[in-house]
Each structure stands twice: as C-alpha cells, then as structure tokens.
Design a protein around this ligand. Structure first.
Ligand SMILES: [Zn+2]
Length: 114
C-alpha cells in the first residue's frame, strides 16, 4: 500500500501543477477542480485500504473455470462472469459462486463456479 500512497501523492502534485497552468481567468475553477480531484483520490485510497488484503483472498480461485455460460433466460451463450465477484458460498457444491451478467438479455444472477 506504501507504493500506492507514494504514486497517489505524485498524481496529486501533477494535478496541482496542471491547475497552475490554467489561464488566470480559469484559475479559480481550476483550483476547485484540484480540491475535488484530491478529495476523490483520498476516498479511493481509503476504499482500497479497506479491501481485504491479497493474502486473505489467496485461497479463492482467481477466476471461474468457465467465464462464459449459457444464459438460463435467453439460452444464448452470453452469460458472462463479472470480474471480481467470485465469492464463497455455502449453497453450492463447489463452495464458490460468482455474479454473471447476460450480454444478450441483461439477466444477472449468482451462479455456481468451480
Ligand atoms: Zn440472456
């Protein structure tokens, strides 16, 4: 996380430098945008810190074996795994499930994964 924090600081400095290039007439607006962008970056940093570390996720499969399934609604093979949604489940045989979204009809549902 230290690495991310230092990169984030570099981005913040660049944003300030960029704002300094704004014409005098736009300086106030640019300054407001700097504050907004930096607050947004701080929020992102807080959220990133709150995520479970890589270590606790290490025994989860990286991705489902099949990322494309047949949609239970429209039966087209366009039921796509939504990245990052893989999680444990007590209700599936494999012990895992992930959120799938159909590119064709828009159906979305949790589905057992292995
Ligand atoms: Zn569908």
């Amino acid at each position: 996380m230290t690495d991310i924090a230092s990169r984030l600081d570099a981005v913040k400095r660049d944003i300030e430098r960029l704002a300094a290039l704004a014409a005098p007439a736009e300086a106030e607006e640019a300054h407001g945008m700097v504050s907004a962008l930096q607050a947004e970056l701080d929020d992102l940093m807080r959220e990133a810190s709150a995520l479970p570390s890589e270590h606790t996720l290490s025994d989860l499969p990286h991705a489902p074996r099949h990322e494309e399934l047949r949609c239970p609604i429209c039966s087209l093979r366009s039921f796509i795994y939504r990245r990052g949604t893989l999680r444990r489940s007590n209700e599936t045989d494999s012990g895992f499930e992930a959120l799938f979204h159909c590119r064709s009809c828009g159906h979305e549902a949790w589905h057992e994964t292995r």
